[in-house]
Write a protein that binds this ligand. Structure first.
Ligand code: IMP
Length: 430
């Protein structure tokens, strides 16, 4: 099988939802392998905007298979709201399978997320407060609640024990309110009913598809710089959005992956706290934010905006083993007379070509910029690479050269068809 992983090359919000939906046309199955409803993927089809948080972006193709893998944490209430909303819009959806090994986000995880953030004060991470960190903490601490437990008798008793244990942390450690166990059981019971038919060993589903030679697309959420190992720790999420996470989070071996496509915006954004060397302030930031509609799909928070950081992009290329790059939102730069690219950092008198692991070094780093001329014309209607203005092609070529990655596609607007393949006909999935 030649599985393809699609990963965020920056801090998330790169436009992976649109690109996964676009690539899903050529795939038979789309798998979410990590994260939860902290993610927000916007997909525009025929001018209509759909927002996904948990459901794989292949859901809009009824003939495809969609999988939520074991590496995802699931808030069942949010998931069914999302599913119901899609169904109420009259859509015919793909077949959906959910891993029996995926962990559930329970109401106490949300309360713990808020309590922990409030206690961090100035050191807060700026989490989405969706319970993601506490759910993964429980998984690693081996006190999580797996979806598959709902298939067996006695889950209510186990939940009572968990709630009582979590109440200790909520009440004694954080001075917050605990939960009545019956309240949590009553909340979960209807979701359990609906979840059961979807639950299965999704690794087996994928293995069977692979043995039939089907194309599987692994959809990462968030981005490389938010990865628990490879991101700007501790200002990261609690899972592994990088390509390696696809194996763990979907239950496939590395040999199942033939290609890794990285998605990056033509500029850079970040939500939440954490270092951002190329961040812009004031009107420069605001104009990118307004043109790019840079407000969180999940939390509505205004995103911090800045110039593209090619030190980070090179790093993302390396840690993901990227085969190619997809540049999104190139049209957002249309009006700019000049565009900057960060090619290296200046740090304590020396030049850094590689991203430092130390947050202190990154904090002390100043971006070294190369400046290119803007194209100052509307490119949202362009569909062929050669029809892009010369300055836009120059920009794409410089990103590709400095990042050391071939650019395989460019997105010039939110709609499916506002996509330019640099080598049309060669098949982005390889
Ligand atoms: P958490 O994932 O809610 O724990 O948040 C941890 C960090 O990751 C915060 O800075 C969030 O803003 C950020 N984050 C989480 N999910 C996303 C996403 O889908 N896009 C962008 N940032 C995200």
């Amino acid at each position: 099988m030649s599985g393809v992983v699609i990963v965020g090359a920056q801090f998330g919000d790169e436009g992976k939802g649109k690109m996964t939906d676009y690539l899903a046309r050529q795939a038979d199955c789309v798998v979410r392998y990590q994260g939860g409803n902290n993610a927000g993927h916007t997909v525009v089809i025929g001018g209509h905007e759909y927002r996904l948080h948990l459901i794989p972006s292949g859901i809009f193709y009824p003939e495809k298979v969609c999988v939520i893998g074991n590496g995802v944490v699931i808030d069942p209430e949010v998931m069914f709201q999302e599913l119901d909303e899609l169904l109420s819009q009259g859509l015919k959806l793909a077949r959906l399978y959910i891993s029996d090994r995926a962990h559930l986000i329970l109401p106490y995880h949300l309360r713990l997320d808020a309590a922990e953030e409030n206690c961090r004060g100035d050191g807060r991470i700026g989490t989405t407060r969706r319970g993601i960190g506490p759910a993964y903490t429980d998984k690693i601490s081996r006190v999580g609640f797996r979806a598959g437990e709902l298939l067996e008798d006695g889950w209510e008793q186990r939940l009572i024990e968990l709630v009582l244990e979590k109440n200790k942390a909520l009440e004694r450690l954080y001075g917050s309110e605990g939960f009545q166990p019956e309240q949590v059981i009553a909340w979960l019971r209807p979701h359990a009913e609906r979840l059961r038919p979807f639950l299965t060993d999704t690794s087996l589903v994928l293995a069977e598809l692979a043995s039939q030679g089907r194309h599987i697309l692994f959809e990462g959420a968030q981005g490389t710089m938010l990865d628990i190992d490879h991101g700007t720790y501790p200002f990261v999420t609690s899972s592994s959005p990088t390509a390696g996470g696809a194996c763990i989070g979907a239950g496939v071996g590395p040999t199942a992956i033939g290609r890794v496509l990285g998605v990056c915006k033509a500029y850079l954004t970040r939500v939440g706290e954490g270092l951002f060397p190329t961040e812009l302030q004031g009107p420069e930031c605001e104009s990118l934010r307004d043109r790019g509609r840079e407000f969180g799909t999940t939390t509505g928070r205004a995103r911090r905006c800045g110039w593209i950081d090619l030190v980070m992009l090179r790093y993302a290329g390396r840690v993901n083993g990227m085969s190619g790059l997809i540049i999104t939102k190139l049209d957002v730069l249309d009006a700019l007379p000049a565009i900057k690219l960060c090619t290296a950092y200046r740090c304590n008198g020396s030049t850094l070509e590689e991203l430092p692991g130390s947050q202190r070094l990154l904090q002390a780093s100043e971006p070294v910029y190369e400046e290119l001329e803007g194209w100052q014309q509307d490119i949202s209607g362009v569909r062929r690479y050669d029809d892009l203005p010369a300055a836009a092609r120059r920009y794409v070529e410089r990103v590709s050269e400095i990042a050391g990655l071939p650019v395989v596609a460019i997105s010039v607007g939110p709609d499916r068809d506002q996509t330019i393949e640099t080598k049309p006909g060669s098949g982005l999935l390889g």
